[in-house]
Every structure is written in C-alpha cells, then in structure tokens.
Design a protein around this ligand. Structure first.
Ligand code: NAP
Length: 285
C-alpha cells in the first residue's frame, strides 16, 4: 500500500476546493483551509484524513499562523493547491481602489506569502495554483480579477524559473465552472455595480451571465480530473486549461492587442443587441 501524501488546499469549504478536498482525502491527508468556523464540522465529516486549518488571505497574521500550524503537523508537503479566491468586478472607472487592493491580497499576495512560508516543506513536491482563463486578460468589467490571476501566474512562473529547489509549479486555468463563486460575486460587488452610473446595460449583462454561469458552467469534477492528472504526472507542463472557453481565451490572447480589443468590442455590441431584442420580445409577449 502506498504511503499517504500530505496535501494542503486553501479555499476548501466550497466549489472547486471542496471537490478537491473530497477527492484527495480518500487516500491522502488533506490540510483543508477554511475561513468560516461554521464549516469546520462539514470539512471534518468528509473524512478522518481531513485536518482543517484557519486561513484568511486578507490577514497576514492569519497566513503566518496557518503556515506555522502546518509546519508543526507535517514534516513535508507533497502538494500545495492554492485554490481560495474571490472576484472584484465593476467598471474600472469607479471601482473603489481599496476593493482592488483586496482582490490582489486574496488572489495573489496571500497565496504568494503562504507559499513562501511553506517552501522548505515542499522540497520534492509541487505547487498547483487554480488560476483562471481570466489570466489571459481579455475580459472587461472583471479587470481586477483578470489582473490578480495574471499577476499570480507571472510570479509563480518566476518561482519555477528561479528556484534552486526541486519543486514543480503548475497553473491550472479553468473556464466557467458551476460553483457558488458567481452568486457571491454579484453580492460582494453590489457597491461597485451601484456606483457604475452609465454602465448599467453592460453590468446588467455581466450579472445575467454570472447567474447563468453558476448553473451552466462545467462541473467541478472537470477541474478535479485535471488537477489529479497534474498531481500524479512526473513531468507536468507549467500550465493547463480546463474547458473550451479557456482554450479559446488562450488562443485569442495571442493576437495583437488591438485585434483583441476589436473582437471584444464587436462581441459586446452583438450581445447587447441580442439582449435588447430578447427583452423587447419578452415585453411584447
Ligand atoms: N468558478 C469558476 O468558474 C472559476 C473559473 C476559473 C477559476 N476559478 C478559481 O477557482 C478558485 C475557487 O473558486 P470556486 O469557483 O470554487 O469559488 P467558491 O465556491 O466561491 O470557493 C472559494 C473559496 O475561497 C475561499 N475564500 C474566499 N476568500 C477568502 C479569503 N479571503 N481567505 C481565505 N479563503 C477565502 C472561500 O471561503 P468562504 O466560503 O469563507 O468565502 C471558498 O472556500 C478561485 O481561485 C477562482 O478564482 C473559478
């Protein structure tokens, strides 16, 4: 029987992180990051292999405390999966700059800080970041989110290039996945949405798409499947996409910026006209 591995997962209480926790806890010890105390019992009920730990990526003390907790419990980490994340959205003209800083604290700096602290335990292991197709940087009205994921990918790729340690670093970039992230994003960005005077049509469309994504996105197991392969592959690539929309975003991002901008603007115009037509048909009906 093979020995159990030590896997650390942040954002293990919901969506992709929870599905990864359930999957890996079948045969491994999973250190599962939570923020909400009420969800600790839920995590423990997954398996006796789950060890919950508190981490709030907005709080540097909490990140240091979480890393120390893991260092006390485990001598080695085979795989660190940075999953936790949130979405800051709105019109870039008037999103509160504090919210944009928070976006980077959670999606970028928090993960980097946590990872730096665990590096001595990760010798011979791997780091898998759940980035996003948004890292390809082509989506308006969610630019803080796109930029936070791009920055995450750039800094961790630099870690891969620079490190003298035997650590593999991999970015997994899913397209739209059906998780509670979408509903939470609408709730958490209410202020920016209300402040976006003059962009009502655009943001109505963004909200409508977010609602649909929560139901019609890919199943979380598609991400679990890719992460499972990446975790087991002796020679993983540095980056993977999940879903056709992520593959398309990657392809489009390779075009010259002005071409990309023309495509996005034409796409938005067509979508708004379609939405307007549907709306007037609904009114007539
Ligand atoms: N869903 C998609 O379509 C999609 C696509 C591409 C990439 N992703 C990425 O996948 C990752 C997981 O997203 P998901 O869709 O599974 O969303 P989710 O269901 O909302 O899960 C997000 C997780 O992150 C945790 N989290 C949020 N803010 C945190 C903070 N400040 N400190 C510590 N933990 C925090 C949440 O904890 P609480 O429950 O306490 O908030 C939750 O456990 C994210 O990085 C997201 O950007 C998602």
């Amino acid at each position: 029987m093979s020995e159990k591995k030590n896997i650390v997962i942040t954002g293990a209480t919901s969506g992709i992180g929870k599905a990864l926790c359930e999957h890996f806890a079948k045969d491994n010890v999973v250190y599962a990051g939570y923020r909400n105390e009420k969800l600790v019992e839920d995590l423990k009920s997954i398996s006796h292999n789950v060890v919950p730990f508190y981490i709030d990526l907005k709080q540097m003390d909490s990140i240091a405390f979480a890393a120390n907790f893991i260092k006390v419990k485990a001598e080695h980490v085979d795989c660190l999966i940075n999953v936790a994340g949130c979405v800051v959205a709105g019109a870039i003209e008037n999103i509160d700059i504090k919210r944009i800083r928070e976006q980077f604290e959670v999606n970028t700096f928090g993960h980097l800080d946590f990872t730096q602290r665990l590096l001595p335990l990760l010798e011979g292991g791997r780091i898998i970041n759940i980035s996003s197709k948004s890292s390809f940087g082509i989506f308006p009205f969610v630019s803080p989110y796109c930029a936070s994921k791009r920055a995450l990918d750039i800094m961790f790729n630099s870690l891969l290039l620079e490190t003298h340690r035997d650590i593999k670093v991999i970015s997994v970039k899913p397209g739209v996945i059906a998780t509670p992230l979408w509903g939470k994003s609408i709730e958490e960005n209410k202020d920016s949405i209300d402040a976006a005077i003059g962009f009502e049509r655009e943001l109505d469309y963004v909200i409508d798409s977010a609602r649909k994504n929560e139901t019609y996105g890919l199943d979380v197991m598609q991400v679990v499947k890719v992460v499972e392969e990446v975790a087991a592959n002796p020679n993983p690539k540095s980056t993977y996409t999940v879903g056709w929309d992520a593959k398309l975003a990657e392809l489009v991002s390779k075009l010259p910026q002005d071409w990309v901008n023309k495509l996005i603007k034409a796409g938005m115009k067509a979508k708004f006209e379609r939405a307007k037509r549907n709306h007037s048909q609904e009114c007539k009906g």
